[in-house]
Design a protein around this ligand. Structure first.
Ligand code: PMP
Length: 362
């Protein structure tokens, strides 16, 4: 096939989708929607189905208004519907950013270890990918980060906070300093808050910086805390001008009438869908504590997963857990593994399987 030269021999990105009793590998919310929410979503889909001969609302302003109202409730950000954008997962909204602001002769920059799709957005849009480093404890050094941005003058800077796979959040004053520097340079700053709802109480969301920084975009998703990964709805908040640039590159009618209906119905039940966040946070902190008690390193997390290690042969540990029906993720720096936070029963299965490995290696 006449595939682009740099794509030859590349495997498509994605974690293994295996049928296992305990799936703790892709940071989903383990709690399915209640019967009441399922019924309401089904009703909304039935209504949308009656009009499926027509293309969907291309500007989806009703959904954008609902998302703005949700962000106000969640983080106090005051946004107009025109300041919201959505697509099929936050991966797609961030690809729109690279399509609009990246491209040949331009650069995108982030700091590793971070979300492994970022270099793929860059690759797919012919944007040069520049990767800086986080510190040994996965924090970001302010002066080094600002210096890297000034030196490389990227068109787009991507910062995940809380970060995947480390779980670490960035202090808001550091995000603001980077927003200011990127504004001076005429660059776009994307703060990826896919795991934003799991952040520790009292930590402000980067959405609160939006009024001061028209070059800032804050990406969110309904896939994680919102327990709606299967619906594929990601969104971002930004200035009107930034959103208008994304409207140029989106495909016509990219968000189906069914997706819009499902997302709006789910947003009507946001309180219920998010009701397990507190429990998951607690389970996360307990998991970190338990891993420490086993003599392991575990990174304090603001997300719904924990990076832990280190193992001389992490693949063997991952495989042993899988043999016991527990699927986690082999990702992050050498020697580390990542576990998503599941139900109490799933975490008990994870701990039992890992204890077995640790005993066997004594
Ligand atoms: N950003 C981060 C940091 C993620 O970890 C993920 C999912 N793993 C995404 C974005 C994309 O999620 P989605 O496309 O489901 O919104």
């Amino acid at each position: 096939m006449p595939i682009r030269e740099e794509f030859r021999h590349l495997e498509p990105y994605g974690a293994p989708q295996l049928d296992v009793p305990v799936a703790l590998n892709v940071n989903e919310n383990p709690y399915p929607p209640s019967e009441r929410v399922v019924a309401d979503i089904a009703h909304a889909v039935a209504q949308a189905a009656a009009g499926l001969n027509r293309y969907p609302d291309r500007e989806f302003l009703d959904l954008r208004a609902d998302l703005a109202a949700y962000l106000y409730r969640e983080s106090g950000a005051i946004l107009r519907p025109e300041q919201l954008w959505a697509a099929n997962g936050s991966n797609e909204v961030m690809l729109h950013i690279l399509q609009a602001f990246g491209g040949p002769g331009r650069r995108a920059l982030s700091f590793a270890p971070t979300y492994s799709m970022y270099p793929e957005y860059a690759r797919d849009t012919h944007t040069e990918w520049i990767v800086g480093r986080r510190e040994g404890d996965f924090t970001l050094d302010r002066s080094k980060a600002l210096a890297a941005i000034s030196r490389h003058r990227p068109s787009v800077v991507l910062l995940a906070s809380p970060n995947n796979p480390t779980g670490t959040a960035l202090p808001i004053d550091l995000i603001e300093a980077i927003a200011a520097r990127t504004a001076e340079l005429g660059s776009v700053l994307v703060v990826d808050e896919a795991y934003g709802e799991f952040r520790r109480e009292g930590t402000p969301s980067a959405t609160t910086l939006l009024p001061s920084y028209p070059n800032l975009a804050v990406a969110r998703t309904m896939s994680k805390a919102f327990a709606l990964a299967g619906a594929r709805l990601g969104y971002l908040a930004a200035s009107n001008d930034l959103i208008n640039a994304l409207r140029v590159v989106r495909l016509p009618y990219h968000l189906s009438a069914v997706t819009q209906a499902v997302a709006r119905a789910a947003l009507r039940h946001s309180e219920e869908l998010l009701s397990r966040v507190g429990q998951l946070r607690q389970e996360r902190d307990e998991t970190v504590h338990w891993l420490h008690s086993q003599g392991l390193q575990a990174v304090d997390s603001d997300a719904n997963f924990v990076l832990f290690g280190t193992f001389r042969q992490r693949h063997a540990v991952w495989q042993s857990l899988l043999d016991d029906g527990v699927l986690i993720r082999e990702t992050g720096p050498d020697g580390w593994l990542r576990v998503s936070i599941g139900t109490a029963a799933e975490m008990a299965a994870f701990k039992a399987a890992l204890e077995k490995v640790l005993k066997a290696s004594e």
